[in-house]
Design a protein around this ligand. Structure first.
Ligand code: SF4
Length: 335
């Protein structure tokens, strides 16, 4: 078995009580059946607490004031401190923010943008490198798998990443190199940012976190009032390398999944669309005076942690009637 992972993978450490956007609240934390069974059999004061603080019908931890019932005043997990550390966690809490994509003989591991500390590593200045570790482990792969197509896709992904990391060019020129059809011809008035289309797509999705809708509404209001000069000033807060790292993140996580649905074009549209949208939402946060730009993590929680939203946004971004080349050209022009 080969394991592929980004070089920052092992640098991740949870910020615990110091986290600016804790994963222990604001969304439903589903408990896997084996952990539910374990919690049901837990004895003593912790067992009694679990009986009360788990919604047994929904199979998730209860929340009070948007926080997990087991999160202490100090922002620490009582299940961890009273239950003997990580082994007390359910699968979702133990694995977060790690992400896994499975292929025959290959596991691609990454950190999810939905955790702000992981997002800081993903969007750091140093160009990401992907590492490989091989083990003798052999596993039966339960689905039909086109190995040649996977190799072709991963080779193509490597080449795209190499071109995106050529920092001798502005990031927009690098992306235009990958998608020449999206280049705005000289002498043509540049298209305006497709923010209306972005909000209309995002508003169609089912919210995962309680504060997503108000966040979108504020972003919409702020972006509407931004001047060209203010938009230009944002470049100092969002240098090219962030756009580069973001696009590479989405290509890395999603592109090779085309081995299952044979839709590589959809994965490219999704990667570019998400890169544009996150940058635009971060610009709204910045212009709205937020000290921490949490748009990458907020966006990821809504899209990457809901299969329904993920598939819906992938389909919307490859719908030529709603997101045709002129919209992508406008997205690219703002980067
Ligand atoms: S979001 Fe990340 S840093 Fe914050 S509490 Fe969760 S795992 Fe820790």
């Amino acid at each position: 078995m080969d394991y592929l992972f980004p070089d920052y993978y092992r640098k991740f450490h949870c910020a615990g009580g110091g986290c600016p956007l804790t994963c222990c609240g604001g969304w439903q934390i589903s408990i896997d059946p084996a952990s539910l069974d374990r919690y049901r059999k837990t004895k003593g004061p912790l067992g009694a607490r679990l009986q009360n603080e788990i919604d047994w019908r929904e199979g998730c931890f209860r929340q009070y004031g948007g926080k997990c019932a087991l999160l202490s005043e100090e922002g620490l997990c009582d299940l961890y401190s009273e239950g003997g550390g990580r082994k007390a966690f359910c699968t979702a809490c133990r694995d977060f923010p790690r992400h896994l994509e499975e292929f025959k003989g290959v596991r691609e591991v990454s950190l999810s943008l939905s955790c702000p500390i992981a997002a800081g590593l993903i969007l750091s200045e140093k160009p990401v490198r992907f590492l490989k570790k091989s083990t003798k482990k052999r596993e039966r792969f339960p689905f039909p798998f086109d190995r040649r197509l996977y190799q072709k896709l991963s080779g193509r992904r490597d080449r795209m990443i190499r071109r995106l990391q050529d920092r001798s060019l502005p990031v927009r020129a690098r992306i235009e190199g990958l998608f020449p059809a999206l280049k705005v011809p000289q002498g043509i008035t540049p298209p305006s940012p497709p923010e209306e289309e972005m909000f209309s797509a995002l508003e169609r999705l089912t919210p995962v976190c309680a504060d997503w809708r108000p966040f979108l509404q504020k972003a919409k209001r702020v972006l509407k009032g931004l001047t060209c000069g203010e938009r230009e000033s944002f470049r100092a807060f969002w240098p090219d390398y962030k756009t580069e790292q973001l696009l590479i993140y989405f290509l890395w996580v999603y592109y090779c999944n085309a081995v299952y649905d044979k839709e590589p074009g959809e994965k490219l549209a999704f990667s570019l669309g998400c890169t544009y949208m996150i940058r635009a939402l971060a610009m709204a946060e910045w212009a709205g005076g937020e000290a921490n730009l949490l748009a990458p993590s907020r966006f990821s929680r809504e899209i990457e942690h809901s299969d329904q939203n993920l598939l819906r946004l992938q389909a919307l971004l490859s719908d030529q009637k709603k997101f045709g080349p002129e919209i992508f050209r406008a997205m690219l022009h703002t980067l």
